[in-house]
Design a protein around this ligand. Structure first.
Ligand code: B4P
Length: 204
């Protein structure tokens, strides 16, 4: 992967179904480009682990594979955007609904930032199931607890939620001229290469 940290900061959204590799690629961008990852999934899991009232409320919703309310996730992102300075943000798993997308647009405007690209990671459903079930098996083999939503039953609902509530964002961002779709089926470094090319082009 080509990296260049001297270029201007880039703010991007990683969009795709559960298991598309959004978190995996966001982590690589943090390491290679010093960008800041804003993962609503990680924030919600942290809230769950902290045992706060909000954490307890979201834990059950997430375990079932449903989306947490817009109000909660927009609040989490607003808190980060108004307190964290970064050489580019990666929105990982946010927005997931049209209301979240509108809220992000308003927040970016309010904080004087702009969105450079929305990268849609395309992966077939059968591959997604294999990856998620594989992650749960790996966790158990290592003596750890698997994620509560990494099972076939929750995944079915996560995929239904994605197609119903999140996939409309593809048309939303396409209409704004921001959508870039990539093949998310390759090896992790191949997918990272595709994302790197898009960022290098924007940051020129
Ligand atoms: P997230 O934490 O965002 O997780 P995800 O969509 O399931 O996975 P991701 O695409 O990041 O896949 P990953 O890299 O981990 O969401 C979890 C839940 O939180 C949601 O269901 C919802 O309840 C809640 N939530 C989060 N954001 C929300 C929002 N904005 N609004 C409402 N609710 C929200 O990869 C998965 C596996 O595949 C890993 O094991 C990885 O190693 C493997 N993998 C990745 N890329 C690969 C590749 N190229 N080849 C082979 N394996 C690969």
């Amino acid at each position: 992967m080509t990296t260049d940290t001297n270029n201007r900061p880039v703010n991007l959204i990683l969009l795709g179904p559960p298991g598309a590799g959004k978190g995996t690629q966001a982590q690589l961008l943090v390491e290679s480009r010093n960008m800041v990852q804003l993962s609503t999934g990680d924030m919600l899991r942290a809230a769950k682990d902290s045992g706060t009232e909000m954490g307890n409320r979201v834990a059950e919703v997430m375990a079932r594979g449903e989306l947490v309310t817009d109000e909660i996730v927009i609040g989490l992102i607003e808190e980060q955007l108004t307190t964290v300075q970064a050489d580019g943000f990666i929105f990982d798993g946010f927005p997931r609904t049209l209301a979240q997308a509108d809220a992000l647009g308003e927040l970016l405007e309010k904080t004087g930032m702009s969105l450079d690209a929305v990268i849609e990671m395309q992966v077939d459903d059968e591959v997604l199931v294999g990856r998620i079930v594989g992650r749960a098996e790996e966790a158990r083999a290592a003596g750890k607890e698997a994620r509560a939503d990494d099972n076939e039953e929750s995944l079915k609902l996560r995929l239904m939620e994605y197609y119903k509530k999140t996939s409309p964002l593809i048309g939303y961002y396409h209409a704004k001229g921001m959508l870039q779709s990539i093949n998310g089926l390759g090896q992790i470094d191949e997918v990272a290469g595709s994302i790197g090319e898009i960022i290098n082009e924007i940051a020129k």
